[in-house]
Design a protein around this ligand. Sequence first.
Ligand SMILES: *Cc1c(COP(=O)(O)O)cnc(C)c1O
Length: 347
Amino acid sequence: MNYVLCDKLKKLTPYDPIEGDYKIRLDANESFINLNDSIKQQISEAVWEIDYNRYPDPYATKACKAFADFYNVDPALVTASNGSDEIIAVIIGSFLQKGEKLLTFSQDFSMYKLYGEIYEADNVICPKENLRLTLNEAEKLIKEQNIKAVIFSNPCNPTSLGENKENVIKFIKNTEALVILDEAYMDFWNESLLDIVNDFDNLIILKTCSKAFGLAAIRLGFAVANQRLTTAIRAAKSPYNVNSVTQKIGEIVLSNKKYLKECIASIIDMKNYLYTLLTQNFGDKFEIINSNTNFVYFKPMNPKEIFEKLLSKGIAIRYMGDYLRISAGSKDEINQLITVLKDIVQI
Ligand SMILES: *Cc1c(COP(=O)(O)O)cnc(C)c1O
C-alpha cells in the first residue's frame, strides 16, 4: 500500500458536471434540437451495415468529406477526433515539449489550462480586459517570454463575445507561435477563418459537432490546418480515435446541409429571445453581455443564490463565480426559466 500518485495528478479532480434529473437543461451549451425522425431513420439503416468486428477508418474519410463539403474546405486539411476535447489534448500534448510555454486567456474554456498542466507545459495566462481578448498584450507576451503556442475560443466560452476576423488575422500573422483557434461557436457568428486556414503556417482551427449540430452524444470534433500541420496532428493522434458508429452518424448528419442551417437559425433565434427577455426583465439589475454564441453570460448581484434556487426548481444553468451562463433552450423552456427567475429576483 505505498503507491504514490505523481504531483500533477494529485492536484487534479474529476470533471464535475451538474448531475441529476433536471427538467430543463441549459447548462452545457448543447443544442436544444434533437435529430428529426427522418434523419434518425437514415442513421438506423446505415448503422445496420457497420462491420462491428473491424476497426474504424483511422482517418474518418467520409465524415471528414461531409464536414469539408459543409464548410467548403479541402478535406485533405481536416482531421476528425473523438470530440474536440480529444484533439485539444492531442495538440497540446504533442506540439509542445515538456516545460515549453502555452498561452491561454482568462476567462476562457477551462480545458485548455487543464491539458497544459497534464502535459507539463508551462501555462502562461493573459488576462482579458472587460471580458475581451487582449491580443496586443498576448503578442507582447509571446515575444518576451518565447511562448510556443496560444489557444483561445472565438467566439468565447464563457464570455459569449467574439473578436473580429481582422484582429485575429493580424495577431496570427504577427506571431511565430502556433495559434490554436477554437471556433466551437462560430456557427452562431460569421467571423470564421476556416476558408483561409491554408494561408497560415501556424494556425489550427478546431470545430465541434456538439453545439450547433446537436450531436453532443456522439463525440465528434475536427481540426483544420495546412498540410504540414495536419500530417503532424494525424501522426500524433491515436489511430482509431473516432468509432465507426460516430463516423457514420457524422457523415449522415453533416450531409443534411439545409437541415443544419435551419437548426442554427432556430438556435440563434432562441438565443436572441433569451437575451431580449433577460434584458427586458432584469436589464437594470444584471450586467448582461450581448452574445455572439448560443448562450447568454451575465452578472447578477447574487449568482450563487440564483443558481441554487433555479436548480431546486428543476432548471440547470451554469454557475461561474461572479457570472451565470444560460444556454439557449426552446421557447417554452426559456419562458419557464424567465417565470421562475422573476420569482427568485422578485419582480
Ligand atoms: C463545448 C466546447 C468544446 C468541446 O467540444 P466537444 O467536441 O464536445 O469536446 C470545445 N471548445 C469549446 C470552447 C467549447 O465550449
